[in-house]
Ligand binder design. Structure first.
Ligand code: CA
Length: 228
């Protein structure tokens, strides 16, 4: 289970990141100040650092520079979170040694994909590419889905929807949370779109007669049952 340290002073954003990372099984810690994070990083090193650019205490960029200058921390994978439209600063970000950067506001699915990609490079054994629940197997790398050993063909949205639901079995997601998690913040789609895609996903994975792993929770949304 990889450890992720989030250094971010905007609390709604760090909460959102924590929620999504924990749902994928990461252990998460949050620091709201650059100087606190520096002290924290002297104790032990996480597997990945999500580092905001503008922070109280010391800036993300300065912290990144200091981490790269020390033996114990020079190899921690770092994703910088930067504000939109700081092109020259972004380049500065990479030249100080960040592995990647994302521009706010970013989509959560995209950030999660980058987190997985970086951890896979840095620590291949820590990131599981397979999700399995009951007789359903999903491979994040090859985008293959099987049920009872038989391959199931899904459209890209149905695949992401199944991946999202399967990564936190039992958890009930509202339509709005599914829109954010699967489609991303920037896209405008109606909440009924979620129902349409859940319907297609059900049809594909249940093939008419198999037990339905997706539970409709009246007035709340959808969940993936861990036992079905
Ligand atoms: Ca900030």
């Amino acid at each position: 289970m990889p450890d992720v340290l989030i250094v971010e002073d905007e609390e709604p954003l760090s909460l959102l990141l924590r929620y999504n990372l924990e749902a994928e099984g990461y252990r998460v810690e949050v620091c709201a100040r650059g100087d606190d994070a520096e002290v924290r990083l002297k104790e032990s090193q996480p597997d990945l650092l999500l580092l905001d650019w503008m922070l109280p205490g010391i800036s993300g960029i300065e912290l990144c520079r200091r981490l790269r200058a020390r033996n114990e921390t020079e190899r921690i994978p770092i994703i910088m979170l930067t504000a939109r439209g700081e092109e020259s600063e972004r380049i500065r970000g990479l030249s100080t040694g960040a592995d990647d950067y994302v521009v706010k506001p970013f989509s959560i699915p995209e950030l999660m994909a980058r987190v997985r990609a970086i951890l896979r490079r840095a620590k291949p054994e820590s990131v599981s590419t397979q999700l399995k629940s009951g007789d359903i197997e999903l491979d994040r790398e090859t985008h293959r889905v099987r049920r009872d050993g038989q391959e199931i063909h899904l459209g890209p949205t149905e695949f992401r929807l199944l991946e999202f639901l399967m990564s936190a079995p039992g958890r009930v997601y509202s339509r709005e949370q599914l829109l954010d998690g699967v489609w991303g913040h920037d896209v405008y789609v109606d909440e009924r779109t979620v129902d349409v895609h859940v319907g297609r996903l059900r049809k594909a994975i249940n093939r008419g007669s198999m037990k339905d792993p997706i539970r409709t929770v009246r007035g709340a949304g959808y969940a993936f049952n861990d036992q079905f």
